[in-house]
Design a protein around this ligand. Structure first.
Ligand SMILES: *Cc1c(COP(=O)(O)O)cnc(C)c1O
Length: 302
């Protein structure tokens, strides 16, 4: 199993650039119906719910949310009820994500943009918790200490599958996955996160917070940084060069990408290799965090 979770990008050049020094850790091939990083983040939440005898999990997301999709899948698998509070106008049709989540038993509640903005406010969260009680309310994207803990298992897997890896790249949304991976790797490693958002200037402090107050294991934790200029216009936006890169990459390497997260990470690597900013000799381990269900939202990929 280990070997098949590693894909070396030595199948040829994309736009005249070899990425043969890059290997992908294929989390997209793990987790069944909740593939990628999301099942790692959610597993401790499900364990806690089982332990505490709570049968309903509630969370938030957009109409193409990988997080809600994974929550619905795991809820069905593990026999827990799930509720998705979704930023979507009442009139519009279900996306493929929402239709599938519904089919897996998720109760979908559409809310306006203005209500969705309240999703991290204490008063609003208390009202949601009361409304669906007894339940557990999970932050959007599966962020939080449980999610960080769960992502420690990604580091364990990485050390098994690619013990040679020193420079590790991964896409960043909330920073939860980055924090978990950083905590699970030793100080000989460097983790570089590529932010999928424009102007998420609080990410560093959120990651620092997630890393603080934890017993540092022998050997310390990995160094880390986040690149903020690789969002290609903003969250879920796609530029023409990014689109061309995705199509060429998939043709050459036969690995599907999601335009929101993994494609922007690989495009950032590609551009640095092309510019000679990063050495083509240095081995890089890039984490494919999944998100492929979201491809259905991009008609030029279908
Ligand atoms: C959610 C998601 C991320 C971001 O993970 P965070 O832990 O929120 O930083 C990255 N890649 C994919 C494919 C995702 O679905």
């Amino acid at each position: 199993m280990s070997v098949s979770l590693l894909t070396r990008l030595d199948g040829g050049e994309v736009d005249g650039v070899s990425m043969a020094n890059v290997s992908l850790l294929r989390l997209d091939l793990t987790g069944g119906n909740a593939p990628g990083n999301k099942h790692f983040k959610l597993r401790p939440v499900f364990q806690a719910a089982h332990r505490e005898g709570i049968h309903r999990l509630v969370s938030f997301g957009g109409p193409w949310s990988n997080h809600l999709h994974a929550l619905a899948a795991l809820g069905r698998e593990q026999g827990l009820q799930t509720v998705g509070i979704v930023r979507a106008d009442d009139g519009c049709a279900d996306t493929a994500m929402l239709a599938e989540a519904r089919a897996w038993g998720m109760h979908i509640e559409r809310v306006s943009r203005s209500e969705f903005r309240l999703r991290n406010e204490a008063d609003y969260l208390a009202a949601v918790a009361a409304r669906f009680a007894p339940c557990k309310v999970i932050p959007e994207g599966g962020a939080g200490p449980a999610g960080v803990r769960g992502c420690g298992d990604i580091a364990t897997l990485l050390r098994q599958v690619a013990p040679w890896a020193r420079r590790i790249l991964l896409p960043v949304g909330t920073g939860t996955t980055l924090a978990g991976v950083v905590r699970g790797l030793g100080s000989g490693c460097e983790v570089i996160g590529i932010s999928a958002l424009r102007g998420a200037t609080d990410l560093e402090s959120r990651v620092q917070q997630a890393l603080a107050g934890r017993a540092v294991q022998d050997g310390g934790i990995a160094r880390w940084q986040i690149l903020h200029q690789e969002h290609c216009g903003g969250f879920a936006r796609v530029t023409a060069p990014l689109q061309a890169f995705i199509l060429a990459f998939e043709r050459v390497h036969g690995v599907p990408l999601d335009p929101v997260y993994t494609a922007k990470m690989l495009y950032a690597i590609h551009r640095r290799l092309r510019a000679g900013e990063w050495s083509a000799q240095q081995p890089l381990l890039a984490i494919h965090t999944g998100g492929l269900q979201g491809r259905r939202g991009f008609d030029w990929l279908a």
